[in-house]
Design a protein. Structure first.
Length: 311
């Protein structure tokens, strides 16, 4: 697959997730076979103001390429300036605009999924950004209650210069509840010329294969199912190749320990993301309740490593 001249060798992507897809986690997912990874969503205004926190969120390394930086905002001019600055400062392989975040704090400012309500403004915004940078612009949206409305939005995005469209098959009102509507994504894919990525309910190799067969999408994007389980990319790729790869508790723990070590070595020493990954890793395994309780109470990375190594 090519995204405006950028060659992509693979079709399983890592979704951008706040407080999840930091640099160490992206590197780990890439090592397990993620074809494309995206940073956490960053605020375009904050990047223009040289926010240290924002800059750390979008810090990238050669090893994780191709990598996209996702940003959000509502002002086309500021988004374009931020995109130009990001391209100059970091040279990512692509820049993604979030047009689907359902969080109230994002939508109340006219960002995220709020942009879906105004296709004219959205078209102006996409055109302004896409024409201001040399690297591909990609967009991530959610579906709308009316299929024709989201088809119109998709065509507006394509017509104004986006090189790829990711569609989460839930409405903003749904959040992450209910089942993702893949049929709408099938319609969008059949109506566009640019690559379409399916997001929503990709949890294993079987669901990925079903998504490709049902919709004809160019790639699938894994989000929440990767938290605590970066090995899911190896599992999905192996399944699609007709091979059986079983993800065991021990392999998950090994990946988690690698994540903690990567975090330390790269200077990402906030323990909260590590604890969150650990809790997700252990969820569902028999007898893990006591260990998960200990993890929730620990405030030391060293202690966290000891707890995990003891399994």
């Amino acid at each position: 697959m090519k995204i405006k001249g950028t060659e992509i060798s693979g079709n399983i992507f890592l979704a951008p997730m706040c407080n999840v897809t930091n640099l160490p986690f992206r590197l780990l997912c890439k090592r397990y076979g993620a074809a494309v990874v995206y940073t956490e969503m960053i605020n375009a205004d904050a990047y223009l103001m040289d926010s240290a926190v924002t800059k750390k969120r979008c810090s990238i390394l050669t090893e994780e390429r191709p990598v996209g930086i996702q940003m959000f905002g509502s002002d086309a001019g500021k988004l374009a300036k931020a995109a130009q600055k990001i391209e100059h400062d970091l040279a990512p392989d692509m820049i993604d605009i979030n047009i689907g975040c359902p969080a109230y704090d994002v939508m109340k400012n006219g960002c995220g999924a709020s942009l879906l309500k105004d296709p004219v403004k959205l078209g102006t915004l996409v055109k302004k950004i896409s024409s201001s940078i040399n690297i591909p612009l990609t967009c991530k949206i959610r579906i709308l209650p009316n299929d024709q409305d989201v088809m119109d939005v998709a065509r507006v995005i394509q017509g104004n210069g986006a090189a790829l469209l990711t569609v989460h098959g839930r409405t903003a009102k749904q959040g992450y509840s209910g089942k993702a509507n893949w049929e709408v994504i099938r319609k969008i894919k059949s109506g566009l010329d640019i690559p379409v990525v399916l997001n929503g309910d990709i949890t294993d190799g079987r669901s990925a294969k079903q998504a490709f067969e049902m919709t004809g999408c160019d790639a699938v994007m894994v989000g929440r199912a990767a938290i605590g389980n970066p090995g899911i990319f190896l599992e999905i790729n192996s399944y699609l190749e007709g091979k059986a790869t079983q993800t065991t508790l021990q392999s998950k723990i090994s990946a988690l320990l690698d994540y903690v070590q990567l975090s330390i070595s790269l200077g990402y020493t906030d323990i909260l993301p590590m604890k969150m990954q650990a809790q997700k890793t252990l969820k569902g395994f028999e007898g893990s309740g006591k260990l998960r309780d200990s993890i929730s109470r620990t405030e030391s990375i060293e202690n966290l490593q000891e707890l995990l190594a003891s399994i």
